[in-house]
Design a protein around this ligand. Structure first.
Ligand code: ZN
Length: 488
């Protein structure tokens, strides 16, 4: 019934997704009012009225909708964001970025993959649950927040710190394909971000006198420091099975000097580091200063300093949901049943709102599992597969196999298999992992059995995420058996 409802509303869902793309919400400058108006109108039309609008500032609204369960249970969050990156260089687009175009099974336009397609899917999934699920266990929170693409201050940070968002787990529907199919990966880690400047000083003076008076061309010095830092900077971290090393991008921008006629007196380069769980800002600072001290020792005249960016860019913490978390188990099983293959466990390369929901609000957060491709996000000709957003979360179907307290169950074994088959590192900076997360598998088996009630709840709520029509047909064919009625 649930899937039938989704199928019946396929065209509406696609029109709505296109309408979101046609309503600009670039950040910068950051103003989600227009797109939120479109979202609320559609939610009201679908019977999802009474959403809470919470805003730190009036032009940065966040939408929070609670679908009440019929029975008490844990509360999961389906979360999307309503802002997009700015267009950038529009001449690189083959279509108007704000004019949605359907072509070749894809929806093109700014924000289609990141993540207006997923937002549309989540809203329709919630509507389908409301229409079709008579016995929802626990409330479902639908959260569409502002300001993911820039400071997070008006979105996830505000919701986690000031609004008091409470939930048991969260799923961010960020695009989880990279260079394969949509839903390629189930991302358990969200890498952190640390941005800082290395600044150095020389002699600003008339450039015609540099051969007659003592002078130091800071730009030349910058080149020396940069080259050596590229060779010698060593960061403290422990490799993770899903991502072995942080990513270091030195000199993502260089500034220095005034121009012709002036010996450069100040120069700096900006550095962007994508961190792993376990890394800390203070240790990173120690590591960078250790390198600078070595430079100073060899070059006593060198005046160089480290300056971290203003928050949040100085340190957006990494997050991780452990592989043995019940949500991971439920998602893996659901995804395999729906897609016909298992997404690989992975580390999301960039930072996400998980850094706020998990670190500040204490909500275990899957940073990315949704339609679209991360490689197309923030670039020209962004698109998302229409089928992938056509069939959003079908979270109400019951597992056909039971998990009885104290007994071993097919589900837990499936989890174990999923995990052993997926312990492959896929992070850009990593290579294949030799570890197979054996401990996690054992733990997950034990957890699934010991917490059967809780596991069942997650299984219900996250039975599947977003999937394609073709796969849904297969799904329906395979699982069109009666729902078991025994109590759990
Ligand atoms: Zn996003």
């Amino acid at each position: 019934m649930f899937l039938h409802w989704i199928d019946q509303h396929r065209d509406e869902l696609l029109r709505f997704a296109a309408g979101l793309v046609a309503t600009p919400s670039p950040n910068l400058p950051g103003d989600e009012r227009a797109v939120v108006a479109v979202i609320l109108a559609e939610m009201n039309r679908l019977g999802l009225s009474g959403a809470d609008i919470a805003a730190k500032e009036p032009n940065r609204p966040n939408v929070i909708f609670r679908l009440r369960g019929r029975r008490p249970g844990s509360v999961p969050v389906l979360r999307g964001h309503s802002d997009t990156k700015p267009v950038g260089d529009a001449s690189q687009w083959q279509t108007d970025p704000f004019q949605p175009v359907f072509n070749d099974g894809k929806l093109y336009g700014l924000g289609s993959t990141d993540m207006k397609g997923a937002v549309a899917a989540m809203i329709y999934a919630t509507a389908a649950l409301r229409e079709c699920e008579a016995d929802l266990v626990g409330d479902l929170l639908l959260v569409i927040n502002a300001d993911e693409e820039r400071s997070m201050k008006f979105g996830s940070e505000f919701l986690a710190k000031d609004y008091g968002l409470h939930a048991d787990v969260a799923l961010l529907g960020e695009p989880s394909g990279i260079d394969g199919p949509e839903f390629e990966f189930l991302h358990l880690l969200s890498r952190g971000i640390s941005c800082f400047r290395i600044r150095m000083f020389g002699t600003q003076m008339h450039s015609s006198l540099t051969d007659r008076l003592p002078s130091l061309n800071t730009n030349i010095k910058l080149a020396e420091v940069l080259k050596r830092m590229n060779r010698e900077l060593r960061l403290t971290f422990s490799p993770h099975p899903l991502c072995t090393a942080p990513t270091v991008n030195l000199a993502v921008r260089i500034d220095g000097g005034v121009g012709y006629g002036v010996c450069p007196g100040v120069a700096e380069f900006q550095t962007d580091i994508r961190t792993l769980p376990g890394m800390t800002r203070s240790q990173l600072e120690v590591d960078v200063e250790r390198f600078l001290d070595a430079m100073r020792k060899d070059d006593p005249g060198l005046r160089v300093e480290l300056e971290f960016e203003q928050p949040p860019l100085d340190w957006i913490p990494p997050t991780e949901v452990p592989a043995d978390h019940l949500l991971v188990a439920a998602l893996l099983i659901a995804a395999e049943q729906v897609l016909g293959w298992r997404p690989r466990l992975s580390a999301f390369p960039g930072g996400t709102d998980a850094s706020k929901f998990q670190v500040l609000a204490g909500i275990p957060t899957i940073p990315s599992f949704g339609p679209g491709w991360l490689r197309l996000a923030h670039g020209p000709n962004e698109c998302v597969g229409t089928e992938a957003i056509t069939m959003p979360a079908a979270m109400s179907r019951r597992y056909e196999c039971g998990i009885m307290p104290g007994s071993k169950c097919v589900c837990s074994l499936e989890v174990a298999r999923s995990m052993s088959g997926n312990a492959v590192r896929t992070c850009p900076s990593g290579s294949r992992s030799s570890g197979t997360l054996t401990t996690a598998i054992r733990k997950s088996e034990a957890a699934a059995v010991a917490s059967s009630v809780e596991f069942r709840m997650f299984a219900d709520m996250f039975q599947s995420s977003f999937f394609t029509l073709k796969e849904t047909t297969r799904y329906l064919h395979q699982f069109a058996r009666p729902v078991p009625t025994q109590p759990f």
